[in-house]
Design a protein around this ligand. Sequence first.
Ligand SMILES: [Zn+2]
Length: 288
Amino acid sequence: MPELPEVEGVARALQPRLCGRRILTVQITRPRLVAPQTAAAFAAGVEGATFTDVGRRGKYLLLHLDNAYTLLVHLRMAGRFLYVMPCDPLPKFVHAIFDLDNDRRLAFQDQRHFAVMRLVRTDELNQLKELRNLAPEPLGPAFTPAYLQQVLAATRRPVKEVLLDQRCVAGLGNIYAAEALFAVGVNPKTRANNIPKAKVKRLWAVIRMLLESAIEAGSTIDVNPESIAGQYFGAAYAEALLVYDREGKPCVRCETPIVRIRQGQRSTYFCPQCQPQRHARSGRQSGR
Ligand SMILES: [Zn+2]
């Protein structure tokens, strides 16, 4: 599932291909993709417009147009852009096709049908409910150790759930949250406000390091929009994951089998030896 590094990879792949390209026609073959707008209204809003920039906020892609509108796209589980020739056979599950002025087409494929594409006014982006409550970008200047400390200290929720909450930390998903907690030796069920300050600082550094190296390495999915039949999941970087999706396999540090639990409807992976469950230390117990 695409997380911040993957979405960033998609944005960087689309940027040089789309900027300056005019959209001639649009076909929406699955109207729910653009709901609540109708397919016709959506098409009317983008046809004739030129892409000016491709950006990202959290796990949202922002495809800016020169007509004061922006395409806001969330890939969810499996949304994927393809940049192909009009004569190329399209794979299954293509839900939108944008024919461009350079004899190329941008197609949007989504096998899982969870992706979202909305046309919104660019000057209203920051007021959208999807974006206005997002936490600061984890690679940006507002995401400081003090910020993370404040977010974690404010709640007794399990730390893993807080890391996945886009209002607390933007862009992290199941994979990088699991990897970050493994790197600092914190059990995913630990109450957020029970994590010592020094560990929070390490967690902050690890989150940034993991995201940066995943962006550089090309992330866990194949974001190349020109690989039509390409494998979406399981790109090279997935092999760099130390704990995610490794249930039963030996921990890379201590060889204890990695455990998978269900947490907040999601699978969570951790090493019971390296990430021991700390018993909540209330003030009463930690008297000394
Ligand atoms: Zn271990």
